[in-house]
Design a protein around this ligand. Structure first.
Ligand code: F6P
Length: 328
């Protein structure tokens, strides 16, 4: 370890994600292991601006590895987008003696970090935490696996009632502009159709596919709709359009919403968060800055924050083909 850094700050920002607490714990414990002080900032950048912080010790992060949400709370700070806001944040860090920051969040968080570390000479390390999985430089983000399992469980339940009533269900899932949750949970739950922003299926093809399902003897169907899909209608309009054109179908809509962000993290997310959290501290102590730590092929991968923000994590389109075959 090359650096003399004695105090590291950590925060969670943007949409919360299950496993963020496991990452905070890993950061605090790695700091303790390497004899470095650790400070947690509440509500992301807003807490840095307000100097709202708490000392994190190895013991103060006990029993949080299994907890959903984030003990440091989260926010999307508008003030940090201003020069004055960032100046206040820097002054607070300096006053507190914090010499480097670990930012747990998504691309909005990393964009803020990139600007901050360019303006002020302070090392920042990104840890990808978002259920959307839409970050370049990592195969998986913290929280994504838990969200997938939550969605699959919800769709399994919807399937029971869909099948009892011979209904067609449109299930809207989160993901912002990316279809990772819809695509993977859709295949996992055996959805008949999956609508994602990366591939516009088109309304005609959707109708044809649903007609085909009927003809093949299916009495109920599930269409998973990603919130960012580009079909041109929201999930309620879509259900209406389909029932107008296919009056045989009785359709219902279920918007899963924020339940996808809650709950205990899966073992996968806990392990991922633990690995990324420890590595983020080690990167700082190795003198690195402006990088994000991710995972690929089960190995830790370090990418510049700039690339993480500007690059595009692409979905596996092969899964669409698999879904088509399996919904025959
Ligand atoms: O980025 C996580 C996410 O849950 C997205 O999937 C969703 O579009 C957005 O956050 C919702 O944000 P909010 O909780 O601010 O409504």
């Amino acid at each position: 370890m090359q650096s003399n850094i004695k105090k590291i700050g950590v925060m969670t920002s943007g949409g919360d994600a299950p496993g963020m607490n496991a990452a905070i714990r890993a950061v605090a414990r790695a700091c303790s292991y390497y004899n470095v002080k650790c400070v947690g900032y509440y509500r992301g950048y807003q807490g840095m601006i307000e100097g709202d912080s708490v000392e994190l010790t190895a013991r103060s992060v006990k029993n949080i590895v299994s907890k959903g949400g984030t003990i440091l709370k989260s926010a999307r700070s508008l003030e940090f987008k201003t020069k004055e806001g960032r100046k206040k944040a820097y002054e607070n860090l300096t006053e507190e003696g914090v010499e480097a920051m670990i930012l747990i969040g998504g691309d909005g968080t990393f964009t803020g970090g990139m600007i901050f570390s360019k303006e002020y000479d302070i090392p920042v390390i990104g840890v990808p935490g978002t259920i959307d999985n839409d970050i370049f430089g990592t195969k998986f983000t913290i929280g994504y696996d838990t969200a997938l399992n939550t969605v699959v469980e919800a769709i399994d339940k919807i399937r029971d009632t869909a099948s009892s009533h011979n209904r067609l269900f449109f299930v809207e899932v989160m993901g912002r502009d990316a279809g990772f949750i819809a695509l993977n949970a859709g295949v996992g739950a055996g959805a008949e159709e999956i609508l994602i922003p990366e591939e516009d299926l088109g309304l005609e093809r959707l109708l044809e596919s649903l007609q085909r399902s009927r003809r093949s003897g299916k009495s109920s169907s599930i269409v998973v709709v990603s919130e960012g899909d580009k079909i041109g209608k929201n999930v309620f309009e879509l259900a209406e359009y389909v029932t107008e054109n296919l009056p045989d179908y009785e359709a219902r809509v279920s918007v899963l919403g924020h339940m996808q962000r809650g709950g205990k993290p899966t073992c996968f997310d806990r392990v991922l968060a633990s690995r990324l959290g420890v590595k983020s501290v080690e990167l700082i102590l190795d003198g690195q800055t402006n990088v994000m730590v991710g995972v690929s092929d089960n190995k830790l991968l370090v990418t510049s924050i700039e690339k993480a923000v500007k690059g595009k994590h692409t979905i596996n389109k092969e899964l669409l083909r698999i879904s088509d075959i399996l919904s025959v």
